[in-house]
Design a protein around this ligand. Structure first.
Ligand code: WTA
Length: 649
């Protein structure tokens, strides 16, 4: 059986960068991008070395740019630097000293702004708190916090003394905390009493207490007071953040770190098996995030930059904390839900703070569409100049909505493809250079040798689907899975010879643009045709009644697999048998009869991970008529699953 994935969805719309935008951009034309890209691929080490010299502050220069013993990479070997020094101290000598580094708004509406000077001081003080509590270079520290400046302060303080942080998303349960503490061998947990979410208080400290029952390994829990909810303090183990800060001063020289010293571990759940502790190191990771922040968002010193991802995800690590701060940018952080108290909260924040760059996820965009245009339309969004997306393929119709309703037709959209493992953005438009096609992440970033290949590793012709791989190591790549080199090798470096395998399926069009068709595991095989899920979903979402769709296969005696679509409608629409038939026809027209869903099920919501990815694995089990047996610990809302089981019609 061929593993080539067929691709039928045609998207002809194209949006060229405006002349004014190109003129002021870091990269001003497609030709300039092409030339730089070509050079960066002919000699990646030369390219990365030049960037590392220009963008980062080194205490000692490296000796060797890359040591590559597949699948293990070492970048900038012999170099010394400190990530927190790069994100803070270097901005203290000029005007950025008094520039806002973090602007924060809590869900109830409380506000804090920290300048670079203030943030630096807080980080140094908290780094001293860590030291006071016997945390040293190489120790692992769990951070389980709400979205507040202290979460970033805790991360940067770890980086300052060389401790390895592992942030656990504040929406995860005590079980998840427990597993991660165990897996990474952490000595400390940093948490808060609680955090606000949709008007309620998430009992963070209580979850930590539950995770620490019978635990001897954690010596100290530091608790930031955020929500003033009642908590239990365990004598001898727990300490208040604000109390600890009274004992220390604001002077903490950065620890000299090797380029390859670990910076953090972040757990990501694959489609099967236990979560993997993705390990990133210092110099390469920082270079990847800083360089992409600069070019992909075409960052200017006056920007107010807002990435809505939680700090518990890699997007929050790379594009709320490390990338922007390394560039001396002003970053907005918001604690709560986008629809609290009303579905216009995001737009209100953009208006209030004059946000210029907005980076969010397709799942959020589809929710905004579903809630209705009246919410963004109530606000002045004219400060925005650039929009971004990440996390899933964006359906062309959702792209168009984002472009028109949020971007007022004037803001380019950077659809950025990357992964926890890649550390930084890999495939992306550059706003002043790349003509945009809705639904395509467009072209690879400098130094990234991305390709679509068959099982033998041969590049497939245009518009033929295959496996998305990266053929050369890059600085911000994961170095290993914590404690499991074998799994690292097997998972990423054995599927296609000599290549990093992403797990995603993709095709390139005749212009070389990348179109992600979904995870390879989700690809359907209908009567011998291999179809990516994302195209069928996009076809459904392009119907005016549809808000969101997820497509899975169901075993079928004749065709191998039948196409089952789960569809949520826009708020004002109603499910009817006629609509179901119309939608089937709509897919047939957009893609072809082969992709026409055999079954369409209307649902109020779709099962998603906490980071907003649709859990097709669960839908597959439901579509097949069976019980949901797989792991559901990463599911955001159990009610959705319960309701889905009842939606056979
Ligand atoms: C998917 C998030 C299409 C993809 C940074 C990838 C995307 C996985 C895009 C990684 C995009 C991310 N277009 N698909 N622009 N961005 N993905 O580790 O399947 O949470 O492999 O990292 O999300 O998800 P992760």
């Amino acid at each position: 059986m061929s593993t080539n994935i067929e691709s039928h969805l045609v998207e002809n719309r194209i949006f060229k960068p405006s002349k004014e935008l190109s003129k002021k951009a870091h990269i001003t034309s497609l030709a300039e991008y092409m030339e730089l890209y070509r050079k960066s691929i002919i000699n990646p080490e030369k390219f990365w070395a030049k960037q590392a010299g220009e963008l980062l502050f080194w205490r000692k220069k490296w000796k060797t740019v890359l040591e590559w013993k597949e699948p293990f990479a070492k970048w900038f070997v012999g170099g010394k630097l400190n990530v927190s020094e790069n994100c803070l101290d270097r901005h203290l000598t000029g005007a950025t000293r008094n520039k806002a580094a973090l602007i924060w708004e809590g869900e109830p509406g409380d506000k804090v702004t920290l300048t670079y000077q203030q943030l630096h001081r807080e980080v140094c003080k908290f780094a001293n708190v860590l030291k006071r509590n016997h945390i040293k270079k190489g120790d692992r520290v769990i951070i389980y916090m709400p979205m507040c400046p202290e979460a970033a302060i805790a991360m940067l303080a770890c980086a300052r003394i060389g401790a390895i942080h592992s942030v656990v998303f504040g929406g995860f349960s005590s079980e998840s905390i427990k597993d991660r503490i165990k897996d990474c061998g952490a000595r400390m947990v940093i948490t808060a009493d609680g955090g606000y979410r949709r008007g309620a208080i998430v009992p963070l400290k209580k979850n930590v207490d539950d995770a620490l029952k019978d635990n001897e390994q954690i010596e100290r829990v530091i608790v930031f007071r955020r929500a003033n909810n009642e908590i239990h303090i365990k004598e001898g183990r727990d300490a208040w953040w604000h109390r600890e800060m009274e004992y220390v001063d604001g002077n903490c020289p950065p620890e000299l770190m090797d380029s390859e010293d670990p910076l953090y571990i972040l757990y990501t759940s694959g489609s099967t098996g236990k979560p993997k502790g993705i390990m990133h190191t210092s110099a390469g990771y920082l270079l990847g995030t800083a360089l992409t922040t600069k070019y992909v968002f075409d960052l200017k010193s006056e920007d107010i930059y807002w990435c809505t991802a939680d700090i518990g995800w890699v997007t929050g690590h790379s594009y709320t904390v490390y990338g922007p701060l390394c560039n001396g940018a002003t970053v907005l952080i918001y604690e709560g839900a986008p629809n609290w108290p009303e579905p216009d909260r995001l737009w209100e924040l953009i208006e209030e703070y004059g946000v210029t760059l907005l980076y969010t996820a397709p799942t959020a965009i589809r929710a905004f569409i579903r809630w209705g245009d009246e919410y963004p339309n109530q606000h002045d969004l004219s400060s925005l100049r650039l929009l971004g997306t990440v996390g899933e393929p964006i359906n062309p119709e959702a792209w168009m909505w984002y472009h028109t309703v949020i971007g007022g037709g004037r803001c380019p959209i950077v659809d950025t493809w990357w992964q926890t493992e890649t550390g930084a953005i890999m495939i992306t438009p550059l706003p002043g250079a790349t003509p945009l096609k809705p639904g395509s992440a467009t072209l690879p970033f400098f130094g990234i040798d991305a390709a679509v290949v068959d099982d033998q590793g041969e590049e497939v012709p245009p518009n033929v689907g295959g496996k998305l791989v990266v053929r050369k190591p890059w600085p911000s790549m994961l170095r290993t899975i914590w404690g499991d080199k074998q799994r690292y090798k097997k998972q990423y470096w054995s599927e296609v010879k000599g290549c990093y395998f992403t797990g995603d399926g993709a095709r390139r069009d005749k212009d070389g643009y990348f179109w992600i068709v979904g995870r390879i595991d989700d690809v359907l095989n209908v009567a011998g045709h291999r179809l990516g899920t994302s195209e069928i979903e996009s076809a459904l979402v392009s119907h005016p009644c549809v808000a969101e769709a997820a497509v899975v296969g169901r075993p079928d005696e004749i065709k191998g697999q039948a196409v089952v679509a789960f569809v949520t409608l826009k708020e004002k629409e109603h499910p009817t048998p006629e609509l179901r038939e119309k939608l089937r026809q709509h897919v047939a027209t957009a893609i072809g009869a082969i992709a026409k869903p055999d079954d369409i099920r209307f649902a109020e919501g779709l099962p998603k991970t906490r980071s907003g990815k649709i859990m097709r694995r669960l839908l597959k089990e439901i579509a097949g008529g069976g019980q949901v047996t797989g792991d559901t610990t990463t599911l955001e809302d159990f009610n959705v699953l319960a309701k889905l089981k009842g939606v056979h019609d």
